[in-house]
Write a protein of this length. Structure first.
Lengths: 412, 412
């Protein structure tokens, strides 16, 4: 265990500076290929596994899907993959048949480079919608990249768009490890957004188990964050496991099934929170916990609606304990709600909670104490619905003038 | 016909400076009662009809409902009303049983003033959530207001919160007239928001017909606008018709049925667009027209999603023809969509359209011409889906730094 590593939860410890190349057998690298308008940035990245992987993906629910995503969805249908090729600077979306041809070409170039079937290559593109990929530059990029066991951080940098920092994490458990990277800080929303997330693992795992674990992990992480309630056509989460840690493949009932699920959930939640923390223009992260909801879906809807509400986002930014907006968001969520049984708490910097609202009526509280709850970089609130046992947590960013400035000037 | 009046549509003409007191028999007035923190503003308003009215209402879908709204819903259940009492400065929401008692008291005071049954009084409150009504001030306000046939504009001013101007309209058709006022410029969203709208008419009309016509008019107007995708617990649209214009009550099949429906739709659409034009911090109105959708609901969803997208709102603010965000919003709406049959047009200041996207691919267009489409105060865009015959129009505001500033400082 390296210096700085820590046990996160029983049997799972974090790997400092961990990334997609932390699990054994995964190599990565990136190049400045000139796809971006800013030539001095990495913009084409590769991940390669020395052994074939079982793989699974979760994709945007936007009816408009990027061409690279469409090709990846087809490649991943068989449940395996061995490499990933990504470009930033261009989403390869809304560009007709040529987009599909270009994405297939990216897979072919990557397959040729590593001597693998192009159908084992996952392709992803992120950036502006409606422009063609500069295939000559992408080809040169793919050809020049040298992949290595310490290339994960370069890969994390190559996929950034308006992200201000690379986002990565890795954990280790019971002889196997798992690493992940993500990009995306705008158009982030429940049901995914302009995000790309790649998770690698050296555990041996069956494909159906991997696919199920990914879906659950995404539901509790990427599908519970919101920056601006938008969903992009390129959102993708892909997990690949190469089995180099050995042992019987993990499946339902395997001794490691729970820790693998927990590790995937930890990796996805950690990356999701990194996205929110780096949200375009944001100054704060909002964590909304809903408890006592009638159903799990109600808890999820209410928690998400809180972090999606522009009224809440701006009030948090202004450190204004305008709690009516939070309760109104819950009412607006479609979740079953009774005013008489609903209560709202803000977490104070001292760890104590301030109750602003309970039993359908405002509570007497110190306005300065309430305001102080909104001062930290991470603002936490909790709503108890008093209707059942279900709970959920969602994370969002505040909304600032800088968000507006960044987004009113993106392509120009 | 006064100077300045104009025919809007066949048989219906606008009444310049028209408001809720334009129809005969409606009196209104307002007082500075000190409910608002800013004492120098009108904040309690009354409307009174000299004859009993048939009445109908449409209300917020927020599970959290203000106490005044709950009382009004009960009063309007019987389909009649004769007076309206409104206060700004306090939403009378999330304040428990006392909120209900206070709203009933407002109805009683108004009933006593006019010598009518308190159950014939519509009560509405708008402002900050979670504070109690200052009933002594409200009582004095109700008692001191003098209602008159030219008090409609004072009433329109008394209901304003962050509105920068009163919003009112009136039309006349075939011997009867209809007037309306509205307030609300933030928390505006499909399915209503922190808005109050009151429409009066001197036509004779049956209650079931009035209720049906109102529902349809609201669906095409207030339910098709968006400022910030929020919905408040107090949203209310109420229409009252006192029949003083005489004649057989308008019902299905009556010669005036279509013009009454058209007039109500015109009044509601005009007021809805006034709300969007006065949206908090906004510099522009966005009109999104969706045509050729597979179903009416698809057309409505797609049009609303465009005007709700923060990506679109900020791009319009920045006059940035980032059309991918518009197409992505359509894809995100849940409406059936095929890239190959979808096209996007921006309306130019010269009335000509610029096609940015068609058949699934970007079109060659002059970037300066596209940018010019986003320069006017009213930006218009049209998406053709190529899947059917259904169409819908939605209106939204752009999103600016000023919106953020206004909303991060509302209660403090």
């Amino acid at each position: 265990m390296e210096k700085g590593a820590g046990v996160i939860t029983e049997g799972i410890e974090s790997v400092p500076e961990g990334t997609v190349t932390t699990p054994r057998g995964f190599l990565a690298g990136a190049a400045k290929a000139g796809v971006r308008s800013d030539w001095d940035k990495l913009d084409v990245g590769l991940v390669y596994s020395e052994a074939p992987c079982v793989a699974a993906g979760v994709y945007t629910r936007n009816a408009l899907k990027g061409a690279s995503l469409l090709v990846s969805m087809e490649h991943l249908e068989k449940g395996s993959a061995q490499a990933i090729v990504v470009n930033a600077g261009c989403a390869n979306c809304s560009v007709g048949e040529r987009g599909i041809e270009d994405a297939i070409k990216m897979a072919q170039l990557t397959g040729t480079k590593f001597g693998i079937d192009p159908h084992e290559v996952v392709v992803a593109s992120t950036g502006v919608i409606g422009t063609f990929l500069p295939m000559d530059r992408i080809r040169r990029g793919i050809e020049t990249i040298g992949v290595s066991a310490d290339g994960g951080m370069d890969f994390a940098r190559a996929i950034m768009t308006t992200d201000t920092r690379p986002k990565h994490v890795a954990v280790r458990a019971n002889g196997w490890s798992m690493g992940g990277v993500v990009k995306g800080v705008g158009m982030i929303h429940p049901n995914m957004a302009t995000m790309l997330c790649f998770v690698t693992a050296d555990a041996a795992v069956t494909q159906p188990f991997l696919a199920g674990a990914l879906k659950d992990a995404v539901d509790d992480s990427f599908n519970m964050i919101d920056i601006d309630s938008d969903t992009s056509p390129d959102d993708t989460v892909v997990v690949m496991a190469n089995g180099l840690a050995g042992g019987e493949p993990i499946d339902q009932g395997h001794a490691d099934a729970n820790s693998f699920r927990a590790a995937l959930r930890l990796v996805c939640t950690d990356l999701a929170k990194q996205m929110v923390a780096d949200a375009e223009g944001a100054t704060k992260t909002i964590e909304a916990r809903v408890e006592g909801a009638a159903t799990r879906e109600d808890a999820r809807k209410a928690a998400r609606e809180i972090v999606m509400s522009l009224g809440v986002k701006t009030a948090v930014y202004g450190q204004d304990p305008n709690w009516g907006r939070i309760i109104s968001a819950v009412g607006n969520s479609g979740a079953a709600m009774k005013e008489e049984t609903t209560a709202l708490y803000l977490s104070g910097p001292d760890g104590k909670e301030v109750c602003l609202y309970s039993g359908g009526v405002p509570q007497a509280y110190d306005p300065e104490a309430a305001k102080a709850c909104l001062a930290p970089r991470e603002v936490r609130m909790r709503v108890t619905m008093g209707l059942g046992e279900a709970s959920a947590t969602a994370w969002g960013s505040d909304l600032t003038e800088d968000y507006v400035r960044l987004n009113s000037l993106y392509t120009t």
